[in-house]
Design a protein. Structure first.
Length: 529
């Protein structure tokens, strides 16, 4: 293995002095008598130890190249994690049954575990530990948990073989001429087709989609990212710790095959918006994908930090997320994910998702200031609101702002200067999406194309889950135009080229406004301002 020299500008950000008072390192509820509970132990030595460090890093590396910076950041993250685990090895051994099910991480230097209150107190006394978080209810645990149902490879192997065959066949065919394509109306409204005509179609860009997996729809199988060193042989061929991870990984069922069969699939609908390939519909060659030459890395599981690490380790450029934790008091736990996403950003990954469906007209409406939640409330994450076909904002569309007041290590964006979210606006409903079309589909969904095997195109699903993939697709177009554009610059230029909506300037309903893919791609090719 070639050992890289890590620039001091990256390594030295982690030299933060340990907190002096033990109680400052413990989350509420972790008193000495507490029984074993799920916790996350954050170590002191991080690339970005505290809130202001992300902005400082971005300023310092404004002229860096994204792909070069990625190598440096990932190496630093891994080195810090390995060193931290070594420093705590003796303490963990001495705590015996007080700490179990340890799962180390490097996207955030730390580990999840089950720990007693007494063990948490001991951990908090160690100089390498910055904070011990107590897991809130209804969010994924970060300690090691065996899968409830490990999928059978006999069951999934035919799907993997079909996907491999579709990929192989697609690679032999040239991409159709642009003047033969019929993009769905939502693509033309954000000017994706105009961006294509400048040569930006998502070529060379990998989008990791963190969702429910993928149905075996041909235009999506043809778009799959392929792990180049992995075979379908029951072995971990590339030594990454995952077996048969040909196209991503299913972290729910602990299997390398994240393609499955179900009556309906949220992930399939989102994936088709991002990178669906052209398909014959009647006498037209229809395209649903904003970036129809991008690749899809399919990661099943929501809020799984190991999936974040997988995406970064395998060079994903964009992460599209379809989860949000609303109506839960997350407290300091939010800081784990903010740090993870800031580390992703400085390593070159653009994180994107829908702003949520908890607006003032929603049946599930949330209070003002609580409608856009983790992870879409993170400053470096792009949160997309949605319009209908008439350019109206549906009542369900979540509105900002957001606050990080009182969150350990951050404590910013308070009531006087809140974080203005959403960031951009796209389209939330009314266009064809790929999905299952069996009898169990929800009422109101209209089938517009039957592709066979109970799969096809439907019109009817709605929600900002489908706005987010629009921004992911635009990010892919931008990175295909300029592969070394830094992740935070992608966000900035995407927002700066939006068409203003609502009140003048950025606002809490539409953010910067409606996406303009053509203008965003042009800005991506231009010099920094």
């Amino acid at each position: 293995m070639r050992h890289l020299a890590i620039p001091a500008s990256i390594l030295t950000l982690g030299l933060l002095a340990p907190l002096s008072a033990q109680q400052d390192r413990l989350d509420s509820g972790l008193d000495p008598a507490a029984p074993a509970t799920p916790v996350f132990v954050r170590l002191v030595d991080q690339v970005l130890p505290a809130g202001p460090d992300f902005a400082a890093f971005c300023r310092k590396h404004a002229d860096a190249k994204r792909r070069t910076l990625r190598v440096e950041v990932v190496t630093a993250l891994r080195q810090k994690s390995a060193a931290g685990q070594r420093r705590l090895a003796k303490l963990l051994e001495s705590l015996g049954d007080g700490v179990r099910d340890v799962q180390p991480y490097w996207i955030v230097n730390g580990f999840g575990c089950m720990a007693t209150g007494k063990a948490c107190q001991a951990l908090a006394q160690h100089e390498a530990v910055a904070f011990v978080y107590r897991k809130p209810p209804r969010v994924p645990a970060l300690h090691h948990i065996p899968p409830r149902r490990k999928a059978s490879m006999e069951e999934l192997k035919p799907l993997a073989e079909r996907a491999l065959a579709e990929l192989a066949a697609a690679e032999k065919q040239p991409f159709p001429a642009l003047d033969t394509l019929t993009p769905t109306w939502n693509l033309t409204r954000i000017k994706a087709d105009a961006a294509w005509r400048t040569g930006a179609l998502g070529n060379g860009v990998t989008v990791a989609i963190m969702d429910s997996g993928l149905l075996p729809v041909a235009p999506l199988l043809q778009a799959l990212w392929r792990n180049p060193k992995e075979k379908l042989d029951g072995k971990d061929d590339d030594g990454d710790g995952f077996v048969d991870d040909l196209f991503g990984y299913d972290f729910v069922r602990d299997t390398g095959i994240s393609i499955g069969d179900a009556p309906t699939s949220h992930g399939t609908m989102c994936a088709g918006i991002i990178a669906g390939r052209p398909t014959k519909v009647g006498d037209k060659l229809m395209v649903t994908g904003i970036a129809p030459q991008a690749r899809l890395m399919v990661l099943r599981g929501m809020g799984v930090l190991r999936a974040y690490e997988y995406a970064l380790a395998h060079d994903a450029d964009v992460v599209s997320m379809s989860y949000m934790w609303v109506g839960i008091e997350l407290g300091n736990w939010r800081g784990i994910y903010r740090l993870a996403h800031e580390h992703l950003a400085i390593a070159g990954v653009v994180s994107v998702g829908g702003a949520g469906n908890f607006g003032p007209g929603s049946r599930r409406r949330a209070p003002p200031g609580k409608q856009i939640c983790l992870p879409k409330d993170i400053p470096c994450v792009i949160a997309a609101a949605g319009l209908d076909k008439r350019d109206k904002l549906p009542g369900f569309s979540s509105q900002g702002p957001c606050s990080w007041k009182g969150v350990r290590f951050y404590d910013d964006y308070g009531p006087d200067q809140p974080l203005l979210k959403p960031d951009v606006t796209a389209f939330a409903t009314g266009y064809p999406v790929w999905n299952g079309i069996g009898k169990s589909r929800p009422p109101g969904w209209r089938v517009v194309h039957d592709a066979g095997n109970r799969l096809g195109l439907v019109v009817g699903p709605q929600g900002n889950s489908f706005s987010g993939p629009h921004a992911a697709g635009v990010a892919a177009l931008m990175l295909s135009a300029n592969p070394d554009l830094l992740a935070w610059q992608v966000k900035e230029r995407m927002e700066n080229t939006c068409k203003d909506l609502g009140e003048k300037g950025r606002d809490a309903k539409y953010g910067a406004g409606l996406l303009d893919a053509a203008a965003a791609v042009q800005a991506a090719r231009g010099p920094a301002k």
